[in-house]
Write a protein that binds this ligand. Structure first.
Ligand SMILES: [Mg+2]
Length: 259
């Protein structure tokens, strides 16, 4: 049963985009919130659907906003996607460094064109008609279509930009298939998070469709923050959230004041 507020000493699973930062710019109070959690004896595990950055890049970005994190404290949809492919298999990648890194660690060989075992799609700036044509042709030739995540957008200080889900939708439409998806709220990410944080106490995130559903899959409470893609007052009734706050700092202050 999902218990609120979470008891001290357990792991808070925390989304990155829209919770810790917006396009790499710190959301005020987020580093203080993480610090206060750690001081209180809780642990943190960062869980992002962004498959583009490498783990080292994420560690550096966290450092830039005042948060020290070990590689083991980061789980990405790229890592989840890699678990869906067999070591020794081949993949055409519509993706940036983080997903390429995860594929390499899994022993998957990235190829420039099909035929191959899978077309994998993450977030990338390098997306054009030629790549869309090559990817869809490869899927029509028999490759699996596997996406890192379905987020249609991601939040930036200048508004919403297209997310990996928009790229995946283009490839899926051109290919005529439904994609398999790795990231929040899907089973591969749930399995990774359960393995990394069997003591998870809460999932904090700005997007109910991914973070809220992920909390449901993990059987932990969902805490919604309004610092990303969801404006206060506009949250859907489902999935339900156990708590909400303007941002992570305010959420942590409220929880620590009540326990
Ligand atoms: Mg988010």
């Amino acid at each position: 049963m999902a218990v609120w507020p979470p008891s001290p000493g357990r792991t808070w699973i925390i989304d990155l985009d829209g919770v810790i930062w917006l396009a790499g710019q710190a959301i005020p109070g987020s580093s203080e919130g993480v610090e206060a959690l750690r001081t209180s004896g809780s642990k943190v595990l960062f869980a992002t659907n962004n498959a583009a950055p490498t783990v080292d890049e994420l560690v550096a970005r966290l450092d830039n906003v005042g948060i020290t994190a070990a590689q083991e404290e980061i789980v990405t949809s790229a890592m989840a996607l890699a678990t869906m492919l067999e070591p020794g298999s081949t993949a055409l990648a519509v993706a940036d460094g983080g997903l390429l890194e995860a594929l390499a660690m899994r022993g998957v060989t990235v190829v420039d064109d099909g035929p191959c075992d899978a077309v994998v799609v993450g977030w990338t700036h390098r997306f054009d008609f030629e790549l869309l044509a090559r990817a869809s042709r490869t899927v029509r030739g028999g490759a699996r279509l596997v996406g890192s995540n379905e987020d249609p957008t991601h939040p930036t200080p200048h508004g919403l930009e297209p997310g990996a889900g928009s790229i995946l939708a283009a490839v899926a439409t051109a290919s005529g298939v439904d994609p398999e998806v790795a990231g929040k709220p899907h089973a591969p990410m749930a399995a990774l998070l359960k393995a990394r944080a069997p003591d998870a106490a809460v999932m904090v995130g700005d997007r109910p469709a991914t973070d809220g559903r992920m909390a449901e899959a993990l059987g932990v409470p969902y805490a919604l923050v309004y610092s990303g893609v969801t404006a206060e007052g506009s949250a859907p009734s489902q999935p339900a959230h156990a708590a909400s706050a303007a941002d992570l700092g305010a959420l942590v202050r409220a929880v620590l004041a009540s326990t």
